[in-house]
Write a protein that binds this ligand. Structure first.
Ligand SMILES: Nc1ncnc2c1ncn2[C@@H]1O[C@H](COP(=O)(O)OP(=O)(O)OP(=O)(O)O)[C@@H](O)[C@H]1O
Ligand SMILES: [Mg+2]
Length: 436
């Protein structure tokens, strides 16, 4: 959680790793999506006084990258929500960055006064908490919240909490209660979180009604995604045929992260580490499938595995016969049907049912059986975390799979298995492999 002040931008060497940055902050391949006013919207929100800025968007859509880009020249403190367990952690961390002690030990009024550093003396004055002469050695815990808020406001430092949804619920609520007043008095606060069912969770907090300025990171469109290979390969002096760029765009599940990762893999595959003097071509026929298969195994597997096992239950599950050979219980059959849709990010119940009849030989399970399975799969997903796994919206009767990693896994480890079946028969061995 660095505090950032103005510094000259470093000169970046052009290498595979600095061009295609998957999981970090890209610069050469940073796409500003100006036509969607992405940066401008966040900038505008920051200019609105006395409001909490909520920056929300789908999982891996570029929330962190956008915020870092917009804030790069403004003094700020960055806190990772995933590192916060207790309410005081946020304030302790801010004090740590600002160089304020969290506690101070003093022996007597006079000694204490003499021994303390400037920062502490300032604090003690602020708190009016000097020892009286008769007291012996004691350790005093400093009110880090008051200290941190005072400093942030005085120095106009923006407080950013990334992955705010990772904070335990009680911590989240008490933080918001405590921060309302200081924000009203001028403290700048930005909270980054994933949208759930398209809803901005921070805005939905009743406690904050009317006090949140919400910015939503839009979904990525194919034209913007294609700019990543175009710019990156150009920088490396690699000639990427439009067919290859198009295929990457089709397969990256609308995720700039996956696009960066795929491009990095191709560069490695053709042996390009740094910008080449002579243009290096990628063959039109370059086989991308092995890359898709290898990467998909890494990305979506942990989530898929939990979903495939289904809920804990002592009951023996009925195994249904699959059209491609082998059998599957209702949970696995539903996951296969989801995969068979593409998978699409949103699937209606009717589309899912139609795919179930493609996947199963046996009669399709009753409506209630399917919706129950979807409910339980959604419950498992909720336990895994926001925006992971699948979501079942029983009112709209649709399934949402917002996690691009899971979609990539379903596409390349599940759908491709039954698509590649020779003569339409998926062997028992292949079905077994789906579990590994
Ligand atoms: N504007 C962009 N231009 C190019 N690549 C981007 C852009 N935004 C994001 N990416 C790519 O996607 C990756 C993930 O972005 P980021 O970490 O910002 O997503 P996020 O929405 O914060 O994800 P999470 O939901 O996990 O917090 C980046 O490391 C980068 O590879
Ligand atoms: Mg993030």
């Amino acid at each position: 959680m660095p505090i950032v002040r103005r510094e000259p931008a470093p000169v970046i060497p052009v290498t595979r790793g600095t061009v295609f940055v998957a999981g970090g902050q890209p610069s050469i391949t940073y796409i500003d999506r100006q036509h969607l006013n992405v940066e401008y919207s966040l900038q505008q929100a920051l200019n609105v006084p006395n409001q909490i800025v909520s920056l929300a968007g789908p999982s891996k859509s570029g929330k962190t990258v956008l915020c870092r880009k917009v804030m790069q020249d403004a003094p700020h403190i960055w806190i990772e929500g995933g590192q916060i367990e207790r309410g005081t952690d946020i304030w302790d961390k801010i004090c740590y960055v600002l160089n304020y002690p969290v506690e101070v030990q003093k022996k007597s009024k006079d000694e204490g006064k003499a021994g303390i550093s400037v920062g502490v003396a300032e604090f003690l004055k602020f708190e009016g908490s000097l020892l009286n002469g008769s007291e012996s050695a004691r350790t005093y815990k400093i009110d880090t919240m008051a200290q941190a808020i005072r400093h942030l406001r005085e120095e106009n430092i923006v407080l950013i909490i990334d992955d705010f949804h990772y904070l335990p619920e009680t911590v989240r609520k008490s933080f918001l209660r405590n921060i309302k007043g200081p924000v009203f008095d001028g403290l700048k606060l930005v909270l980054l979180s994933v949208t759930h069912r398209g809803l901005d969770a921070v805005k939905a907090e009743l406690e904050l009604q009317g006090r949140v300025y919400s910015v939503v990171v839009p979904e990525w469109n194919p034209v913007d995604l294609t700019k990543i290979p175009q710019r990156g390969f150009h920088a490396l002096n690699v000639q990427c045929p439009s067919g290859v760029a198009h295929r990457l765009t089709q397969e990256c599940q609308q995720s700039p992260f996956l696009m960066q990762k795929l491009c990095w893999e191709i560069s490695a595959g053709i042996g390009v580490d740094t910008r080449s003097e002579k243009p290096v071509p990628i063959a039109n026929s370059y086989d991308l499938v092995p890359i898709f298969q290898r990467l998909s195994k890494d990305f979506g597997h942990p989530t898929y595995q939990k979903l495939e096992i289904g809920p804990q239950s002592r009951k023996t599950r009925i195994q249904k016969k699959l059209r491609f050979g082998g059998t599957a219980d209702i949970y696995k059959a539903v996951l296969m049907a989801i995969a068979a849709t593409g998978p699409a990010a949103t699937i209606t119940y009717d589309e899912l049912r139609a795919k179930l009849s493609d996947v199963l030989i046996d009669t399709i399970p009753r409506k209630q059986e399917v919706t129950n399975a979807l409910k339980l799969l959604a419950a498992i997903s909720r336990d895994i975390g926001d925006d992971a796994g699948i979501d079942w919206d029983s009112e709209e009767r649709k399934v949402d799979i917002s996690d691009p990693y899971l979609r990539f896994y379903l596409r390349w480890q599940v759908r491709s298995q039954f698509e590649s079946t020779v003569g339409g028969t998926l062997s028992q061995r292949l079905m077994g492999d789906l579990r590994n």
